[in-house]
Design a protein around this ligand. Structure first.
Ligand code: C2O
Length: 575
């Protein structure tokens, strides 16, 4: 036997030994790179007796599930085969120093044009739980969305009982009409947009709508087991209550961060939020089926889709009973039940355990107060608009309605060519004080601009977001890209900087990426600006985003090499 053949044998033996040892030392399993192909294409989907041609990923609605493990790298090649411009956002994934893969159109990237492709290349660092991906341009996310499931590392387990099975439940909103036509029409006339025709559970409206019984999500379960429901609200414009008849739910995480478990019959989930809940099934076959339902929580004025989506929880039985089982329906809070939402928010607390600490910033470098809410914009000359008093609806942060640039902010920043693209002077607090939640001021007009708030690397930020009642108080689910934040306080009326901080929770506040600013109230959040780049912040009610309720943070590079924004990938789309 030659020397090289011998070496080959030895190395083969060693490799076999390593493979055999792997299950004994599972923590040695390596993070891996996972490849996904997202082909954006048109596809016919039939719901509510309407066949509609929609934009999909790989012809699937809802889109494909992404599965990964904490520490993995994802390479998602998105190829655009439709006429629309496309970008995809990985909602909740922090994208450390890597805004290039974040996705909001004209903020971190130019869109992927027809016939082009772009590889979103990112690593999931220090995060595990339920996320989702969605288009981040215009209203295309109405059909372009899907779950992202990030499992804990191989050697780590959940801080709760190991579920028997895991089920993603993604809530959505179905429109019979083309959503691109709906939003362009609304922006043209200045009025409110047409509302959806149905809510959906995993893409299915369920039996409470006409012509929809066969499109019902059914969850078949075994008695006496624990199921982990990975809830996602991918609806465009509606916060949703969700409940399962005769079953309570144990909330164990919010926005992919563990919380102190608590039991509830109903959860509230805003667009952009996710939550993991445990469902313990009945010990014995109950001889019944149970509705799971969702319908909106609504505070604003104007029309909305007040319908209810239902799915069915069915118990597996070996005795196939021919007779129809009784079907139980849950009762949900009233559509405008703000007191439920306040109680629910109070129950959400970080796990704050040694393994999963709540690293709440204890000192604050930068304090901000932003107002969020609706306002008006002038109608074009010789036109009557369909917004309030013949104006156009608008929305703003601190009365600045964000104007989308024609090139991406992050590129402008990285190449040092920000002049004419954005200005770095977003105000620390509103320029004019008024009674934010009192009678509306005489002037309801918003101003316009592309302003960013600049933060030095690693500054510790406290931001109070104050709802306004200029056109009526309304709850706004605010989403921050690039960070998780801690929700240290909230209340009703105008924020009081002297007294309200006394009751802040700096010990175990919930940590998340999307928080509801209470209708007619305020919420205070804290975060550490440790992620250099340009990060979008906006209301996750899509119509409010369209009207301008959005702004961007610019976090500067730190001194060390590992505190700097990475250079852009070579295939980054051009405008
Ligand atoms: Cu889920 Cu800026 O988005």
């Amino acid at each position: 036997m030659g020397a090289s053949a011998f070496q080959l044998l030895v190395s083969l033996a060693l490799m076999t030994l390593l493979l055999l040892l792997c299950p004994i030392f599972p923590h040695q399993a390596q993070a891996i790179t996972r490849h996904y192909d997202f082909n954006i294409k048109m596809h016919n989907v039939r719901r509510l007796c309407h066949t509609k041609r929609i934009v999909t990923v790989n012809g699937k609605f809802p889109g494909p599930r992404i599965l990964a493990r904490e520490g993995d790298r994802l390479l998602v090649k998105v190829t655009n085969h439709v006429p629309n411009n496309i970008t995809i956002h990985w909602h909740g994934i922090r994208q450390l120093r890597n805004g290039w893969a974040d996705g909001p159109a004209y903020v971190t990237q130019c869109p992927i044009q027809t016939g082009q492709s772009y590889v979103y290349n990112f690593t999931i660092v220090g995060q595990r739980g339920t996320f989702f991906w969605h288009a981040h341009i215009s209203w295309l996310r109405s059909t372009l969305y899907g779950p992202i499931i990030v499992l804990p590392k191989h050697n780590e387990s959940y801080p709760f009982v190991k579920p028997y099975k895991t089920v993603p439940i993604i809530l959505g909103e179905w429109f019979n009409a083309d959503t691109e036509a709906i939003i362009s029409q609304a922006l043209l006339t200045g009025g409110g947009p047409n509302v959806s025709d149905a809510y959906t559970i995993n893409g299915l409206p369920g039996p409470l709508y006409n012509c929809s019984a066969k499109d019902t999500f059914k969850l078949r379960v075994k008695p006496g087991k624990t199921y982990l429901l990975r809830m996602i609200n991918a609806a465009l414009n509606d916060e949703l209550f969700f409940s399962i008849a005769n079953h309570s739910l144990t909330v164990v995480d919010a926005d992919a961060v563990y919380v102190k478990p608590f039991e509830t019959d109903t959860i509230l989930i805003a667009p952009g939020q996710t939550t993991n809940v445990l469902l313990r099934t009945k010990p014995k076959f109950p001889g019944a089926a149970f509705f799971m339902v969702a319908r909106p929580y609504v505070t604003g004025l104007g029309t909305f889709d007040n319908s209810t989506v239902a799915g069915i929880l069915e118990y597996d039985t070996s005795v196939t009973s021919k007779k129809k089982l009784p079907l139980y329906k849950p009762s949900l809070p009233p559509l405008n039940d703000t007191s439920f939402t306040v109680d629910f928010a109070k129950k959400l607390r970080s796990l704050a355990s040694p393994q999963f600490p709540a690293n709440v910033p204890q000192k604050v470098d930068k304090r901000f107060l932003f107002t969020v809410g609706l306002g008006t914009a002038p109608c074009d000359q010789n036109q009557t608009c369909q917004g309030p008093n013949g104006t156009k609806f608008a929305a703003s942060v601190s009365n600045i309605s964000f104007v989308q640039p024609t090139t991406a902010l992050l590129q402008a920043h990285f190449t040092g060519q920000s002049r004419g693209v954005y200005s770095p002077n977003f105000p620390f607090s509103p320029l004019n004080w008024f009674n934010y939640t009192g009678n509306p001021p005489n002037n309801t007009m918003v101003s316009n601009g592309t302003k960013v708030m600049v933060l030095p690397f690693n500054s510790s930020v406290e931001l109070v977001m104050q709802d306004t009642s200029i056109l009526g108080a309304e709850s706004h689910p605010l989403h921050l890209h690039g960070f998780n934040f801690f929700v240290v306080g909230q209340g009703f009326g105008n924020y009081d900087p002297n007294n309200d901080p006394k009751s802040f929770n700096l010990v175990d506040p919930v940590e998340r990426n999307t928080v509801g600013v209470p209708s007619g109230g305020w919420v205070a959040i804290r975060f550490l600006a440790d992620n250099p780049g340009v990060w979008f912040m906006h209301c996750h009610l899509e119509i409010h985003t369209s009207w301008g309720l959005k702004m961007a943070w610019l976090v500067l590079d730190g001194k060390l090499p590992n505190q700097k924004l990475l250079p852009p990938p070579s295939d980054l789309p051009k405008c």
